[in-house]
Design a protein around this ligand. Structure first.
Ligand code: TMP
Ligand code: ASP
Length: 259
């Protein structure tokens, strides 16, 4: 195979130069981190599952008119995406109190919020991705007022759609994180959804039992991470293809054997 140029390596993904200008290959790793990479580990098979789940979610979102960077899945761990300038803001959408909002404001986990909350965090590992106000975004030129209008409107539409999509398979969408990018078309840039949507960046609770089906299993040392991620993929009807099936079977086999 020809050597590809690595553009960027993040905590859970690697971006390589794509086959055509303006494209990138997004590779999903099994590496997992939490608490700004103070906790590190791997979740076997996670990259394969996240690639598949994110493909599914981005494809469904495209069907309702949300522009995304996703072009197509290439193989078990890679997808072809459009190259964008990432807006340095993590958009967190919350329906139910959990995680940092519960600790920061003393709201018991599981308390439904009276309405959906949008929060913004400045993407800067050295600063630990601090929570920011919308005023900071314009003040420091991270995004324009018009861009933020597009971003917030899209985040709300995405939330409405995903709440329904997950509820249909018995999952409560507690909260999730989105990233957006600027896609340049000549002199003009428009905002599109980028990154990924997978159990790494969402809180997904079983509607009946409240069981956590997301990265909190890793963050909180609950165990059963791979099974939880697989359960999400299974409920979404993402039947593995032959190759993936083999990987996932191998993962389950190893887990059964305690390896
Ligand atoms: P939080 O409760 O820790 O602020 O997380 C809110 C949601 O955002 C949760 O679903 C996990 C996701 N998230 C990420 O995807 N990346 C991050 O770096 C953080 C802090 C949260
Ligand atoms: N992105 C976080 C980290 O920096 C992980 C998380 O809590 O999702 O490790």
């Amino acid at each position: 195979m020809t050597r590809r140029r690595k553009i960027y390596e993040g905590k859970a993904k690697i971006l390589y130069e794509g086959p055509e200008p303006g494209t990138l290959i997004q590779y999903f790793k099994d590496d997992a981190t939490a608490f700004n990479a103070q906790k590190r580990g791997t979740i076997s098979g996670k990259g394969v599952i996240n690639n598949r789940v994110s493909e599914h979610v981005f494809t469904r979102l495209a069907h309702i008119g949300i522009p995304t960077h996703f072009i197509r899945r290439l193989n078990m761990r890679e997808q072809l995406v459009r190259q964008v300038d990432i807006i340095p803001i993590e958009v967190v959408v919350r329906n139910v109190a959990a995680g940092s909002i519960s600790t920061r404001l003393g709201i018991e986990e599981g308390t439904p919020l009276p309405h959906t909350l949008l929060e913004y965090y400045y993407k800067d590992d050295a600063l630990g991705d601090p929570l920011i106000a919308e005023e900071h975004i314009a003040c420091f030129n991270w995004a324009s007022h018009e861009e933020m209008q597009d971003i917030s409107a899209m985040a709300i539409r995405i939330n409405d759609f995903l709440c329904g999509m997950f509820a249909a398979v018995g999952i409560r969408l507690v909260d999730f994180k989105l990233e957006f990018g600027r896609l340049w078309e000549g002199e003009f840039a428009r905002i599109i959804l980028a990154d990924e949507i997978s159990p790494d960046g969402c809180r997904l609770w079983d509607i009946e039992t409240g069981e956590k089906l997301d990265k909190d299993r890793f963050r909180r040392d609950l165990g059963g991470e791979t099974e939880a991620y697989q359960e999400v993929a299974r409920r979404l009807g993402l039947m593995p293809e032959e190759g993936e099936g083999a990987v996932l079977d191998l993962v389950s086999h190893r887990l059964r054997k305690g390896r």
